[in-house]
Design a protein. Structure first.
Length: 328
């Protein structure tokens, strides 16, 4: 009891097993009865701890302290500890920043996946109504591609602004204390600014892929079939970037930073975990170059597929209504 008062929860809960003398502790554990992690048998002078390897490593010192206390070989008097409270510590700050990083990644992923899909549905509708062929005949396809992508990005920002105002209103009505939220390493204003920039980069990358898929597909069913691999890839990218949050500076985390599709998520986590702005400027330049390359490649594929489908349809109509030559 005296030991429990001193170290409290560090000691595991103990129960007495009513077993016949000579019972095998390993056999009792093999029966998987109750919530028993390990069994202590033997004597106080020579206790025997039986359990899985991880439990043995976790409980060995605690069992030894219990046995020594029972034998009165352990200290019976403990010094009085003077307590000095501080606001935070390195470990507390790091754990709080990890929470902020993961929450930011989750929000970025949800917004990107929800809003980038509008590009695809809009393109399929225009292809079905032949609007895209009219645009292709009037202006260059690259301009159509870039205009559609950046216009939908602007629409997405408007939607996010509306949702953000609604969320702030709910928070204000609920009297939520925002000061208790773990502050990111770069500070809240810069963290939000970088979040907007990384959302734009992630949206443009994913939107260029969705537009390329829309150029390949002709029906809604084909769109769903072709977009499934991209959606699964984005899920894998998100989970990979999430796992790298707690392992800053590792090879795995650097790979998540360099790969274009995971870079926005990994760098947003760095904004929460690490101070400094230079690395974010470099990352945004790299992501911008990647966006330009993917958008250009997607525009070329988009133009090729749409123009082929349009010319193919016109050739088919000319062939259908062409007068067959009469035989002499």
């Amino acid at each position: 009891l005296a030991l429990t008062d001193r170290i409290g929860r560090a000691l595991p809960p103990l129960i007495i097993l009513d077993e016949p003398p000579g019972s095998d502790p390993a056999a009792i554990l093999a029966e998987k009865r109750g919530n028993i992690a390990a069994i202590v048998s033997g004597s106080l002078a020579a206790p025997v701890l039986t359990g899985p390897p991880e439990q043995l490593a976790h409980l060995e010192g605690r069992v030894a302290l219990l046995a020594a206390t029972a034998l009165e070989d352990a200290p019976t008097r403990f010094p009085q500890i003077a307590k000095q409270s501080v606001v935070t510590s390195g470990a507390t700050e790091r754990s709080g920043r990890i929470i902020t990083a993961q929450a930011g990644q989750m929000l970025l992923f949800l917004l990107t996946m929800l809003l980038a899909g509008m590009v695809l549905s809009n393109l399929v509708e225009e292809k079905a109504n032949k609007i895209i062929e009219v645009l292709a005949a009037a202006i260059p396809m690259d301009a159509v591609f870039f205009g559609k992508l950046f216009a939908m990005l602007g629409v997405s920002f408007v939607g996010i602004a509306v949702w953000g105002l609604v969320a702030l209103g709910i928070i204000e009505l609920a009297n939520v204390d925002l000061d208790r939220l773990p502050e990111p390493a770069v500070g809240w204003p810069l963290f939000f600014a970088l979040g907007v920039a990384y959302f734009a980069m992630g949206y443009l990358l994913l939107g260029s892929l969705f537009l390329a898929i829309g150029g390949l597909a002709t029906t809604v069913r084909e769109v769903q079939t072709l977009s499934m691999p991209v959606t699964m890839l984005q899920l894998l990218v998100f989970f990979a970037a999430s796992l790298a949050v707690a392992d800053q500076g590792s090879t795995y985390e650097w790979a998540a930073v360099i790969i274009p599709f995971s870079s926005p998520f990994a760098m947003l986590a760095r904004a929460a975990m690490q101070e400094g702005l230079a690395q974010h400027l470099v990352a945004l330049v790299w992501q911008g170059v990647s966006v330009a390359l993917f958008v250009k490649a997607g525009a070329m594929l988009f133009r090729k597929r749409v123009m082929q489908s349009g010319s193919g349809g016109r050739r088919e109509k000319r062939r259908l209504f062409r007068r067959r030559p009469t035989r002499a």
